[in-house]
Design a protein around this ligand. Structure first.
Ligand code: 13P
Length: 334
């Protein structure tokens, strides 16, 4: 796979006014989401729900790619059309979550490291054959008393770099995702400092592992105060802090940056992205790769009537895609 092909895919993922829908919840996470709306997490219900999302009419107007879970990449519509064909026909690039989740980091209470490197080369080879063209790996960093430690940041950056190098070897664009969790009562300055050191460490590890940034996408959390912090920040403060932090730590050769929503309200996730895109010149496109902020409203509607409400739920998916697509251009209005 040439760097030109990887770069072309990466650029298409962050095409102007488009972003990514993250529907890569693992079996455990989708069960939690389904439990919240009283839907049983059977394979057929998961398939039907993802079919509703992926067959949303005109979704490709605002969505460039979708991140799937292993099970979903292999599934089809009820009429037998593979989801990957539905996506390619709609101009939506298939992506795949390839990490195997977080596990306690031995010797470091309350910290986690993401696993999944063993056997990854063979899995990536298969995912490419199944149609995936980008792959996501999520590292999780918690802020708390005396954490994150340098060891935790290094361990996660190292794993991200090894996964990213393997992806490029196998022809997939790595979407490297260090998520700094919103949990806690820390202030916005603490989140800024942690995000900066995590990103600097990550890009240093990518460099050491010969990862080509031109064929890489960064997916990251915004710089926010902890959700239990006494003092919350305005939309403008979050946008300015996030943009400054990214400019200080992300090389300009990267084709684009997308954000996760991480438990923000739908409106905040859109407003923050929009505000950043109104703040003048930046070295890379800034867009979205939201999971909850793209799906939560539609999930509720669909759950009320899983067959009868498909079109209504899809209208909500399209509306959220449109709002976030406009925010990616700095053209959203409430
Ligand atoms: P949220 O937008 O719900 O945080 O999910 C995005 C994601 O893919 C997290 O890994």
């Amino acid at each position: 796979m040439s760097i030109e092909q990887l770069a072309e895919t990466a650029q298409a993922m962050v095409a102007a006014g488009k972003g990514i829908i993250a529907i890569d919840e693992s079996t455990g996470t989708i069960k939690k989401r389904f439990d919240s709306v009283n839907v049983e997490s059977t394979e057929e219900n998961r398939r039907a729900y993802r079919e509703m999302l992926l067959t949303t009419p005109k979704l490709g107007e605002y969505i460039s790619g979708a991140i799937l879970f292993d099970e979903t990449l292999r599934q089809s519509t009820k009429d037998g059309v593979p989801f990957t064909k539905i996506m390619n026909d709609a101009g939506i690039i298939p992506g795949i979550k390839v990490d195997k989740g977080t596990h306690p980091l031995a010797g470091f209470p309350d910290e986690v490291v993401t696993e999944g490197l063993d056997g990854l080369r063979a899995r990536l080879e298969e995912y490419y054959k199944l149609g995936a063209r980008f792959a996501k790996w999520r590292a999780v960093i918690r802020i708390g008393e005396d954490i994150p430690t340098g060891t935790c940041i290094d361990a996660n950056a190292h794993a991200l770099a090894r996964y990213a190098a393997l992806c490029q070897e196998q022809g997939l664009v790595p979407m490297v995702e260090p998520e700094i969790l919103l949990d806690g009562d820390h202030d916005i300055d603490t989140c800024y400092e942690v995000t900066e050191v995590v990103l600097r460490t990550l890009f240093s590890a990518l460099y050491e592992h010969n990862v080509m940034l031109e064929g890489t996408i960064l997916k990251v959390s915004m710089v926010l105060p902890g959700k239990d912090a006494e003092e919350q920040a305005s939309i403008e403060e979050v946008a300015a802090a996030t943009l400054h932090c990214l400019k200080a730590s992300v090389p300009a050769t990267l084709p684009g940056i997308v954000f996760l929503s991480g438990g923000q309200s739908d409106e905040d996730a859109t407003a923050h992205l929009d505000a950043m895109n109104r703040m003048g010149e930046k070295p890379w496109p800034l867009s979205f790769s939201y999971g909850r902020a793209m799906q939560s409203a539609a999930l509720k509607i669909w759950a009320e009537d899983m067959t009868g409400n498909v079109a209504k739920a899809q209208e909500t998916v399209y509306a959220r895609a449109r709002e976030n697509g406009l925010a990616a251009l700095g053209e959203w209005s409430k």
